[in-house]
Design a protein around this ligand. Structure first.
Ligand SMILES: C[S@@+](CC[C@H](N)C(=O)[O-])C[C@H]1O[C@@H](n2cnc3c(N)ncnc32)[C@H](O)[C@@H]1O
Length: 256
C-alpha cells in the first residue's frame, strides 16, 4: 500500500511520540493504534503483518477475557490485542497488574522494540512461537497459561519450515493450524483472529455452523477434542484492516 506524503508525515509524528516520551498516556497509545499504518514499517504482505484494528481488539477482549492469570499474546505484532486486554482489565480492576501477567511473543525485533513502549507492563519475548523453549520458560517462570490470544499470519503467507513441523502432528502449510496445535498443548482457552474460511461457522449473512476439514483433521491427528465458537461480533461494523481485505472472524476454542 502506497502512503501519501501527508500520511508518511503522520507516521513519523506517531513514531516520534513513541520514541521520545518515557511514559505514554492512554490517549497517545490509543491514537497510535488507530492511526499508525504498519505498511510504513515494512512489506506487510511478505510478513503478513496485518494489525487488528484497535476498535475490534477492544471488543474481542470485552467478550473473551479473564481477570487473573497468565495471558499470552502469540505473534503479538505491535501488541494491540494485549493493549486492548489490559484496557478491559483496568476497567474492572485498577489493581489488575497484581493479578495478571501479559506475555507477548513476536519474532520481529522492530515490532518488539515498539511493542515494549506501547505495552510496557508486558513481558516481551523476541522469538519464534514454534520454539518449545519459549513455552517452557513461560510455564517455568510464570506458571500455567490461562488464556492464549492471537491474530497469527494467515494460511501459508509465512512459510512453516521443517524445523517448525518437527514437533507437530499437523504437517500442512497453514500457519494458524500449526499454531493452534501448539496452543492446545498449553491452555484450555484460546482466542484466534483468522480468515473466515478457517472457522467452523460463518456469520455472513447470519450465524450458521459449517464443517471445516482442517479442524476435523487436527482433532484426528492430535486426539484433542476441542470446540470452536464464534464471539458474538458483527464483524462488518468495525473499521477495515489497513492493509488487507481478507474477511476475518474471531473464534474461541474450549476443550471438550
Ligand atoms: C497478522 S500479524 C498480527 C499482529 C498482531 N497480533 C495484531 O493483531 O495486530 C502476525 C504477526 O505474526 C508475527 N510472526 C510471524 N511468524 C512468527 C513466528 N514464527 N513467531 C512469532 N511471531 C511471528 C509477524 O511478525 C506479525 O507481527
Amino acid at each position: 500500500m502506497k502512503l501519501t506524503k501527508q500520511e508518511i508525515k503522520r507516521q513519523q509524528e506517531l513514531i516520534n511520540t513513541i520514541n521520545t516520551k518515557d511514559k505514554l498516556t492512554f490517549e497517545e497509545i490509543d491514537t497510535f493504534y488507530k492511526e499508525f499504518n504498519e505498511g510504513w514499517l515494512q512489506d506487510v504482505t511478505a510478513t503478513c503483518l496485518y494489525c487488528t484494528p484497535v476498535e475490534l481488539a477492544y471488543d474481542i477482549t470485552l467478550l473473551s477475557h479473564f481477570n487473573s492469570g497468565v495471558i499470552v499474546d502469540v505473534c503479538a505484532g505491535l501488541g494491540v490485542l494485549t493493549h486492548a486486554y489490559a484496557t478491559r482489565c483496568d476497567y474492572y480492576n485498577s489493581n489488575w497488574e497484581n493479578k495478571i501477567k501479559f506475555i507477548c511473543i513476536e519474532k520481529n525485533s522492530k515490532l518488539v522494540e515498539l511493542g515494549k513502549k506501547l505495552c510496557p507492563y508486558a513481558v516481551w519475548i523476541e522469538g519464534d512461537c514454534f520454539d518449545p523453549n519459549i513455552w517452557n520458560i513461560i510455564e517455568n517462570d510464570y506458571g500455567n497459561i490461562t488464556h492464549i490470544i492471537s491474530n497469527p499470519p494467515y494460511n501459508s503467507m509465512v512459510k512453516l519450515t521443517k524445523e517448525h513441523k518437527k514437533e507437530l502432528k499437523y504437517k500442512g502449510s497453514k500457519f494458524q493450524f500449526a499454531l493452534l496445535e501448539v496452543c492446545l498443548h498449553y491452555t484450555n482457552n484460546i482466542t484466534f483472529v483468522v480468515p473466515e474460511t478457517d472457522c467452523e461457522f460463518t456469520t455472513n449473512p447470519y450465524y450458521q455452523r459449517r464443517k471445516n476439514k482442517d479442524h476435523d483433521n487436527l482433532r484426528k491427528l492430535t486426539g484433542i477434542n476441542y470446540h470452536i465458537e464464534a464471539l458474538s461480533l458483527e464483524i462488518r461494523c468495525y473499521p477495515e484492516f489497513k492493509n488487507t481485505k481478507i474477511p476475518v472472524n474471531i473464534y474461541d476454542v474450549t476443550l471438550e
